[in-house]
Design a protein around this ligand. Structure first.
Ligand SMILES: [Ca+2]
Ligand SMILES: [Ca+2]
Length: 333
C-alpha cells in the first residue's frame, strides 16, 4: 500500500505498478502531474484500486484525478472529487485501456468528470458521476463534506446527512447513502469502518457509493406507547383533541430528536373496514412540545389536532434525526 499526502509536488503520484493484482487503498491529495494528477496507470499495467480517495489533484489536460493509459484499471468504492484539468478533471481512460468501475463517486471535478476513449466503461456496479458521464447509474451533486480526518489512517470526504451535517458546507443529504439495492462492496470502508451499514433506517443494510460508508447509531425506537396504537391499527380520535404521542428510544437521547418539519400529519384516504381503536386518553392541547420522562424512559409529544379534520383520516409521521421514520394512523370523528 502506498499513500501520498500533503503538499503539492510535481509528478509525485503513487506508482502502483509493482502492486498489480492486489486491491490498493490510496489517498492522493493536491498532487500536480502532467497526466494523471492523482494516479496514472500506464505501460499495460493492471491496477485494482478500492476504498480510495483522489481529491484536489491537477493535470494540464487529461486525468486530473486518474489517468488510465494503456492498462487495465479496476476501480471500486472510491471517491474522485475536486480534481481538475482543462479537459478531463476526474478520470481519463485511453482507447487502449480497460476501465471497470463499481460504486465510485466521480464529482466536483473541473473539466468533465470522466471520459473513456474507445471501448466504453464496463460498469460492474452503480457509479455516481455528477455530470452523468462514463455510464453513470446516478448523476447530480453527491453532497460531500470537505476533505477531513473522519477517522482511520487517511482523510476522506464524508457523506452529508442534511443541511449543516456533519459539516457547515453541507446543503443536503447525500444521494450516495444506501443509494441503490447493492450489497456488493468490501466489508470495510477507506477508514476501516464496517460495510454495508443501514444508512436510512429502513432495515436494509446497503452499500454507500464511494470510499466512505456512513455509520449510523440508530435510536432503539420501541414503537408508540398507549394511547396510540401502531399500524396497522387505525386510532379513532376526536378532531380537535390533543393526542399524547408517546414512545421510547432506549434511553435519554436529548430533546433534539425530530428532523426539521416533523412530526407531521398527512391526510390519507379512509377505507371501509379498517380496524379502529379508540384513543383512550386525551390531554389539553397546546404548546407543550416534546418532553422526556426518565422515570418511565418515555418521550411524550402532544399532537394538537384540528376540529376541521372530522371525518378525515391522517397518517402521523415522526421522523427522527437518525433518519428513521415512524408512523401511526388516525381516523377523526
Ligand atoms: Ca449504507
Ligand atoms: Ca437502508
Amino acid at each position: 500500500m502506498r499513500r501520498a499526502h500533503g503538499a503539492p509536488s510535481e509528478s509525485n503520484y503513487p506508482d502502483l505498478s509493482a502492486c498489480s493484482g492486489y486491491p490498493q487503498r490510496v489517498v492522493t491529495i493536491a498532487i500536480v502531474a502532467q497526466v494523471g494528477g492523482g494516479f496514472s496507470n500506464i505501460g499495460g499495467g493492471t491496477a485494482i484500486v478500492s476504498n480510495s480517495t483522489f481529491s484536489g489533484n491537477t493535470a494540464p489536460s487529461l486525468g486530473g484525478g486518474i489517468n488510465n493509459g494503456s492498462g487495465t484499471l479496476t476501480l471500486n468504492n472510491s471517491t474522485i472529487y475536486g480534481n481538475s484539468s482543462s479537459r478531463v478533471g476526474g478520470i481519463s481512460s485511453s482507447n487502449l485501456s480497460v476501465l471497470d468501475m463499481a460504486n465510485n463517486i466521480v464529482a466536483g471535478n473541473v473539466g468533465v468528470d470522466c471520459l473513456k476513449f474507445g471501448p466504453p466503461v464496463n460498469a460492474t456496479g452503480p457509479n455516481l458521476v455528477q455530470d452523468g458521464s462514463c455510464s453513470a447509474a446516478l448523476s447530480g451533486d453527491p453532497m460531500l463534506a470537505p476533505l477531513a480526518d473522519n477517522g482511520g489512517p487517511t482523510m476522506t470526504h464524508a457523506l452529508c446527512t442534511g443541511p449543516g451535517e456533519p459539516d457547515a458546507a453541507c446543503t443536503g443529504r447525500s444521494p450516495a447513502i444506501d443509494a441503490v439495492n447493492n450489497t456488493a462492496c468490501p466489508d470495510v470502508d477507506q477508514r476501516g469502518e464496517p460495510r454495508p451499514v443501514d444508512g436510512d433506517g429502513d432495515g436494509n443494510a446497503v452499500c454507500d457509493i464511494g470510499a466512505y460508508e456512513l455509520q449510523v447509531a440508530f435510536f432503539a425506537f420501541e414503537g408508540f406507547f398507549p394511547p396510540v396504537d401502531n399500524p396497522s391499527t387505525v386510532n379513532a380520535a376526536k378532531a380537535g383533541q390533543g393526542i399524547p404521542v408517546k414512545f421510547g428510544l432506549g434511553g435519554d437521547r436529548g430533546l433534539d430528536i425530530f428532523q426539521m418539519g416533523y412530526p407531521k400529519a398527512v391526510q390519507i384516504g379512509c377505507t371501509d373496514g379498517m380496524p379502529t381503536d379508540l384513543v383512550e386518553e386525551t390531554v389539553a392541547a397546546g404548546g407543550s412540545g416534546l418532553q422526556y420522562d426518565p422515570a418511565t424512559d418515555t418521550y411524550t409529544y402532544v399532537w394538537k389536532t384540528d376540529k376541521q379534520w372530522a371525518g378525515q383520516c391522517r397518517r402521523l409521521s415522526v421522523k427522527l434525526t437518525d433518519g428513521s421514520e415512524h408512523t401511526a394512523l388516525f381516523q377523526f370523528k
